[in-house]
Design a protein. Structure first.
Length: 218
């Protein structure tokens, strides 16, 4: 996917999860292409990715519509993420292999590089790297069921912290990742559980607070 379509995807995703495009509303190609200053090709590529995320529904001969979703749905997803991922972090501290620790440190280094370089598709790449980190934590737990559950929750999740976080919050998120990697490396399961539960809860609290003032973030 070209950078242009990645940028369009990031912009539209943010506007959908902030509620600027309500559930059921139609995303019309021509007005959006004109507003965003792009051709219809990258816009359609962005629509496809949004559909893969479950954020929109593409209906043949009708158009693209924002999928139905409520804050209660988001609450449920984050509650389940805290339960499953914190447990995975605790298991990871007990069962991790050297390669898992190396991967976690490498992903943290990649996130730090993105923060310093600030590429054009910064937010989308941060989200991708963040999800990779969470996935490695689950893999280190050596529980295929946990990994499968976590991937399902990520697929269902409509919001991501990196589309809203301030610079200070992004740095804090990276600090959380580093702390978790060290706890897993030391085999401290209790600390790993507490760190990851707190990390996910704080992300959700921040998103809920920022959702209440979409105009300031649009």
């Amino acid at each position: 996917m070209r950078k242009c379509s990645v940028d369009v995807y990031a912009q539209l995703r943010k506007r959908i999860v902030l509620g600027e495009f309500p559930s059921g509303s139609q995303l019309k190609e021509i007005p959006l292409a004109q507003e965003l200053g792009v051709s219809r090709s990258p816009l359609r590529a962005a629509f496809k990715r949004l559909a893969d995320d479950g954020l929109v529904v593409i209906e043949p001969n009708r158009g693209v519509f924002v999928a139905g979703w409520t804050q209660d749905d988001d609450d449920e997803v984050f509650d389940l993420r805290i339960l499953i991922e914190a447990h995975a972090a605790e298991l990871a501290a007990r069962r991790r292999q050297p390669e898992h620790v190396e991967q976690l440190h490498a992903l943290n280094a990649a996130m730090e590089a993105l923060i310093h370089e600030r590429p054009k598709d910064f937010l989308a790449r941060m989200e991708t790297t963040n999800r990779q980190f969470h996935t490695v934590v689950a893999q280190a737990a050596a529980s295929p069921r946990l990994t499968s559950f976590m991937r399902g929750l990520f697929a269902a999740q409509r919001v991501t912290g990196f589309f809203y976080a301030s610079d200070a919050q992004i740095h804090q998120s990276l600090a959380d990742h580093r702390d978790l990697a060290r706890a897993i490396e030391r085999g401290d399961g209790r600390l790993a559980y507490a760190l990851w539960a707190s990390h996910i809860q704080h992300a959700w609290d921040r998103l809920k607070a920022q959702r209440q003032q979409p105009k300031a973030l649009a």
